[in-house]
Design a protein around this ligand. Structure first.
Ligand SMILES: NC(=O)c1ccc[n+]([C@@H]2O[C@H](COP(=O)([O-])OP(=O)(O)OC[C@H]3O[C@@H](n4cnc5c(N)ncnc54)[C@H](O)[C@@H]3O)[C@@H](O)[C@H]2O)c1
Ligand SMILES: [Zn+2]
Ligand SMILES: [Zn+2]
Length: 370
């Protein structure tokens, strides 16, 4: 069948809309009609080349849709099911899945090559085989994904909101709840209030933090953070540092969660300085794979017994956490409607990312037309 998709052919170039051919689902695979996709900054890293992906690649790794057809051996979902896609597949049996760490499942190895096991490329077009970001490619009307990437959700959930639980919400929420392990009474600093950071704010608040300090140079982001659970908001790390010192009687924050768009050594140092003894810095935002974004005084790390932890997908287990977070949404404990700034058609994908770069959007959503 044919599908219209947003493609990157070369890093640094504009995203192109292309009509591609999509093969039917084979063993363990699922044909999905994507209904919504979220504009996460990680796709933009692929566009700019900060994340080096195999090209050409169909963008999009935050997505939701409806299962149209399943291949042989599919047991996790059935035609008609509503699904939220997980941007890391979970095989269920590798050592990481088997120990409750689905976000580092071995199947995640090819998320930047974008092919299914085989290697197999269900998408083809004028320039041969096309990968799909995170083996999803949600900026396409249709996709063939592996069942290990699909999480069935309740039919009555609005997919236009649930789509955020494919990346932004679990990544941010889990960075606070699971990686930073925020506990009641904590002081938490969140650097960078985009689609990820706003959910770190929500996670920190839900976990019982006393002080949730949001840091972002943009006023609209700080306002949104205050609306969704931050207790303080500052434009700069210096202002935040002074306030954190004051509010913790000089002890420093318990955790700093770094969710800026392009991670730098300066941001990591600011997070490291914001936390006190026994505190943890959570590095969630990305940069080029080999960019040295951590340059810190190691002896202070040792003597203050500080921690630095990477967080992928917020350390969430998609088959457990996606339904759980959606349940929290239904109960009103996590806000999703409030973090969607604007919707776009697939043809407007470049405009959507221009808006993200201009700082207008907390999260933009593509509404697919079929
Ligand atoms: N680890 C993971 O699993 C994972 C998953 C998804 C996204 N990411 C990464 O997380 C990062 C954030 O993604 P997003 O979609 O939320 O991006 P975004 O563009 O929506 O938000 C980034 C925010 O950071 C702010 N910012 C920039 N520099 C800052 C600074 N020095 N101090 C404070 N704030 C600053 C920006 O104003 C913006 O509001 C990206 O690097 C993305 O690739 C990681
Ligand atoms: Zn993402
Ligand atoms: Zn696995």
């Amino acid at each position: 069948m044919k599908t219209k998709a947003a493609v990157v052919y070369e890093p640094g170039k504009r995203i192109e809309i292309e009509e591609l051919d999509l093969d039917g689902p084979k063993d363990g695979e699922v044909l999905i009609r994507y209904t919504y996709a979220g504009l996460c900054h990680s796709d933009l890293h692929v566009v700019t080349g900060d994340l080096e992906a195999r090209m050409p690649i169909v963008l999009g790794h935050e997505g939701a849709g409806i299962v149209e057809e399943v291949g042989p051996g599919v047991t996790r979902v059935a035609p008609g099911d509503h699904v939220v896609c997980s941007f890391i597949p979970n095989c269920g049996v590798c050592r990481y899945c088997a120990t409750g760490r689905q976000s580092i499942c071995d199947w995640g190895a090819t998320i930047l090559e974008g092919y299914l096991p085989g290697p197999r490329f269900p998408l083809t077009g004028p320039r041969g085989e096309y990968g799909a970001t995170c083996m999803l490619g949600t900026f396409s009307q249709y996709g063939v994904i592996h069942q290990n990437s699909a999480v069935k959700v309740d039919d009555d959930l609005p997919l236009d909101k649930a789509v955020l639980v494919g990346c932004g919400v679990p990544t941010g929420w889990g960075s606070a709840v699971y990686t930073a392990k925020v506990t009641p009474g904590d002081t938490v600093a969140v650097f960078g209030i985009g689609g990820i950071g706003i959910n770190a704010v929500q996670g920190a608040r839900y976990a019982g933090a006393k002080n949730v300090v949001a840091i972002d140079p943009l006023e609209n982001k700080r306002e949104k953070a205050m609306e969704l659970g931050a207790t303080h908001a500052f434009a700069t790390a210096d202002e935040a540092q002074a306030a954190i010192t004051e509010m913790t009687r000089g002890q420093g924050a318990d955790s700093a969660i770094l969710t800026v768009d392009l991670m730098t050594a300066e941001v990591v140092a600011a997070g490291f300085n914001a936390i006190g003894k026994g505190g943890v810095v959570v590095v969630t935002g990305l940069n080029k794979l080999m960019e040295p974004t951590i340059q810190l005084p190691g002896s202070i790390l040792t003597l203050f017994r500080k921690d630095i932890k990477g967080s992928l997908f917020g350390d969430c287990n998609p088959t457990y956490d996606i339904p759980k977070i959606l349940g929290l949404y239904q109960a009103g404990d996590i806000k999703l409607d409030e973090i969607i700034t604007r919707t776009y058609t697939l043809d407007q994908v470049n405009e959507g990312y221009d808006d993200l770069l201009a700082g207008k959007n907390v999260r933009g959503i593509i509404v697919h037309e079929h």
